[in-house]
Design a protein around this ligand. Structure first.
Ligand code: PLP
Length: 422
């Protein structure tokens, strides 16, 4: 059973698409209303359900907190769960960071990072700094602040009038520093507030990371020009690439990091940012006010779920598991796709895998994958002009070897069928 636009009161995202009705999930399996089993190779479709569906331990932690106190407005009060979650996140996942603030989605987290970067410069007496430079082949969110950070025309249209005039560079390769220098020169480096990027690409350019020379050159330019480096780890944070944060494996430390997805793991809308001490200190020394908030920020219910997720990640050694198993998974995927002419490149970082397609067939790939009982997410990037279409695989960290093998097999069968039909 699939729901079409004329048979629903919901305003669907794509009006010409029929949406299958999914009823329940268990581990990496989803079950639709017709009783079909779908193998979830993409964390619920959006790299979110990294611990699988139907985790009773998380549900129990949520139920306990819901009984006790689900909600408290963080403007007037703090709560023990928020305090504990901030401590735990810094202790377990990011000891080099100084402060945490929680919100309820990745776009909000990135919007907040933009605000913090701006507040930092204003508080330091440099109000002319506001512009952001970012790699254009990226997705940072749906709000107008974050949408302005992507250079993808297909996402920006028709909202350009609302988008700030930031600068974009192509996905940084060996020539990435030349593109960065050009953007700095165009903007005037004294007007630049931040360089904003994913340390490892997620949906828009899965598993791509610029070369080491780019990161080292970026650090040198940050020191020279005084902008901040913000890492969007909404998708990669908390283990997806086999590290607590993907940026910790790079040769530069960001000033601000955002996270989302895995910390709530599909059981709570939970996201946020972390910042280094000197960023906090700038605000502490001047305005002493970091104004940004949404009704549900830091709610005890969501923080209780974040704490349960962190406990599971630690107790089950899942970040280590992803680090160990990820490289082999990429090799297995590459081998299974070796004969397919539609495959340009297979990339992988932990359990974040990307397949570059040589033809603009992204929508077809997702549809045929679904017919094979497989959930993957492709992005139709070709019209944006940076890279070809991409397919993303992001299995749950808890997937068994058999389940991973089944994902690879079903995906190879999918691409063979797409190849035959195109
Ligand atoms: N940043 C990245 C890297 C993402 O992948 C996403 C969502 O896919 C976002 C930001 C936006 O997060 P949200 O959809 O939770 O607002």
């Amino acid at each position: 059973m699939a729901v079409t636009a004329d048979a629903t009161a919901v305003f669907p995202r794509v009006l010409d698409q029929a949406y299958p009705l999914v009823e329940r999930g268990e581990g990496v399996w989803l079950y639709d209303a017709d009783g079909r089993q779908i193998l979830d190779a993409c964390g619920g479709g959006a790299m979110v359900t990294s611990l699988g569906h139907g985790r009773h331990d998380i549900v129990e932690a949520a139920a306990r907190q819901a009984e006790e106190l689900p909600y408290y407005y963080y403007h007037q009060f703090t709560n023990e769960l928020q305090e504990r979650l901030a401590d735990r996140v810094l202790e377990v996942a990011a000891p080099e960071m100084a402060r945490a603030r929680f919100v309820t989605g990745g776009s909000e987290a990135n919007e907040m990072a933009l605000r913090l970067a701006r507040q930092y410069h204003v508080d330091r007496g440099e109000p002319e700094r506001w512009r952001v430079i970012s790699p254009g082949q990226a997705y940072h969110g749906a709000t107008f602040g974050t949408l302005a950070l992507t250079g993808r025309g297909t996402l920006r249209h028709p909202f350009e009038p609302y988008l700030a005039d930031h600068l974009h560079i192509p996905p940084p390769d060996e020539d990435g520093l030349a593109a960065l220098d050009l953007a700095l020169e165009q903007a005037g480096p004294e007007t630049v507030a931040a360089f904003f990027c994913e340390p490892v690409g997620a949906a828009a350019l899965p598993a791509y990371s610029p070369p080491k020379s780019f990161w080292m050159g970026l650090e040198e330019r940050r020191d020279r020009h005084g902008f901040l480096v913000c890492f969007d780890e909404v998708a990669t944070g908390f283990g997806r690439t086999g590290a607590w944060f993907a940026g910790r494996e790079l040769p530069l430390e960001p000033d601000i990091v955002t996270f989302g997805k895995t910390l709530g793991a599909g059981y709570a809308p939970l996201a946020g940012l972390l910042c280094r001490e000197h960023v906090y200190d700038a605000v502490a020394a001047e305005s002493r006010n970091f104004e940004h908030g949404h009704t549900w920020d830091g709610a005890p219910l969501f923080c209780a779920i974040g704490l349960a997720v962190l406990d599971i990640l630690v107790e089950e050694g899942l970040v280590e598991r992803v680090a160990q198993r990820g490289p082999r998974l990429r090799v297995e995927l590459e081998a299974a796709l070796a004969e397919c002419s539609l495959v340009g490149e297979v990339r992988g970082r932990g359990y974040l895998l990307g397949v570059e397609l040589t033809e603009p067939v992204a929508p077809l790939v997702d549809r045929i994958a679904y017919e094979h009982g497989l959930l993957v997410t492709s992005s139709h990037s070709a019209p944006d002009g940076y890279v070809g279409d991409q397919t993303l695989l992001a299995p749950a960290f808890t997937s068994t070897d058999e389940e991973l093998a089944e994902m690879v097999e079903r995906f190879a069968a999918t691409l063979s069928e797409v190849e035959a039909s195109s």
